[in-house]
Design a protein around this ligand. Structure first.
Ligand code: TXA
Ligand code: MG
Length: 307
């Protein structure tokens, strides 16, 4: 297969209003032309996603982001430090047509991110404009971190699909709103302390919940119930462990490495969910420091706790 031909073909499909399964360094996305309301509507339909949950506009770089969002000093600093990479900035919208109303769920803000994956970058360059791309799962399911999982979730709705291998990070991007006070809307691989080192204290998202509709519902959920912070599994549970004393079942990282655990999280949740005869999934405690904050956030959501 010729990746250049694939990317050119995918760009043509996007121009024609089609959807494309796209690898990023975080998770697989389902991409569409951000300015094409019909294509964006097809994304919501493919995912079964409530239309009040806005999408992230993916761009090639900060210059492209400045065309659709109002940048200020803090945004410049974060983009310079972490783009391309797993950081999404929520900013006032600058060009309402470039990212259509439906993609923004009618908000006067827009979420922007420059992904690092070479295929995502190549497609953005070939397409020449912003692409909205939610995670390629059906709404409420774990985000796909492999090509096969992405195709299984939403492949039927896609005009083209790009295979970029397993996602290196495995958790969705960190989302930071820079509207009034900076707020962490979704923890991720760029950690709270990395951001605070550049722009000072960031605040919890609760008071801002209306601006982050994606956080209001149960999310990332497998079919089996999850029991968190378990000391050990019950006889009818699959064991999702962490660290050297894991034992049988699935071990997110035998070495106790949070980066490895993040990369394995969604694929192992899916695998545990497929276990025959299990009544639930027991998950070992995961340390809350650094990337652990994002892992525990996703686990709490998968278990049905919202916040
Ligand atoms: O890593 C990622 O960000 C992946 C890859 C594919 O890039 N994409 C992703 O998109 O996770 P999605 O749609 O699954 O999650 C986007 C999150 C949602 O929680 C949504 O509510 C929030 O970003 N969001 C988008 N636009 C927003 C806005 N204007 N204000 C507040 N939150 C926003
Ligand atoms: Mg998602």
């Amino acid at each position: 297969m010729d990746p250049a031909a694939d990317i050119a073909g995918a760009a043509v499909a996007l121009k024609a209003g089609g959807l494309v399964i796209l690898p990023t360094e975080t998770v697989y996305g389902l991409a569409a032309d951000a300015g094409d309301a019909q294509a964006v509507a097809a994304i919501y339909a493919a995912k079964g996603r409530p239309a009040f949950n806005p999408l992230i506009a993916h761009v090639a770089d900060a210059a492209a982001a400045r065309r659709i969002a109002v940048f200020e000093e803090r945004a410049e600093r974060l983009a310079a430090a972490f783009w391309p990479g797993p950081l999404t900035l929520v900013l006032p919208v600058a060009d309402e047509a470039a990212v259509c109303d439906l993609a923004r769920a009618g908000l006067d803000t827009v979420a922007v991110r420059a992904p690092a994956h070479p295929m995502a970058r190549a497609l953005l360059e070939a397409f020449g404009g912003p692409l909205v791309a939610p995670s390629a799962n059906r709404s409420g399911r774990p985000s796909p971190t492999t090509f096969a999982d992405a195709v299984e979730e939403t492949g039927a709705a896609a005009a083209a699909a790009l295979d970029g291998g397993a996602c290196a990070i495995g958790l969705e991007s960190t989302v930071v709103a820079l509207l009034d006070r900076p707020r962490l809307l979704r923890p991720g691989a760029i950690t709270r302390s990395q951001i605070e080192a550049l722009i000072g204290p960031i605040f919890e998202a609760e008071a801002d919940a209306k601006r982050s509709p994606g956080r209001l519902t149960r999310h990332y959920a497998p079919d089996l119930p999850l029991r968190l912070n378990a000391k050990e599994p019950r006889t009818d549970e699959v064991w999702l462990s962490f660290g050297p004393r894991g034992g049988h079942g699935f071990n997110l990282s035998p070495a106790g490495d949070l980066t490895e655990a993040a990369a394995n999280l969604f694929a192992y949740l899916r695998a545990a969910d497929r276990s025959d005869g299990a009544a639930g999934i027991a998950v070992a405690p995961i340390p809350d420091a650094g990337l652990g904050e994002a892992i525990n956030d996703r686990l709490r959501r998968a278990a049905g706790f919202v916040g």
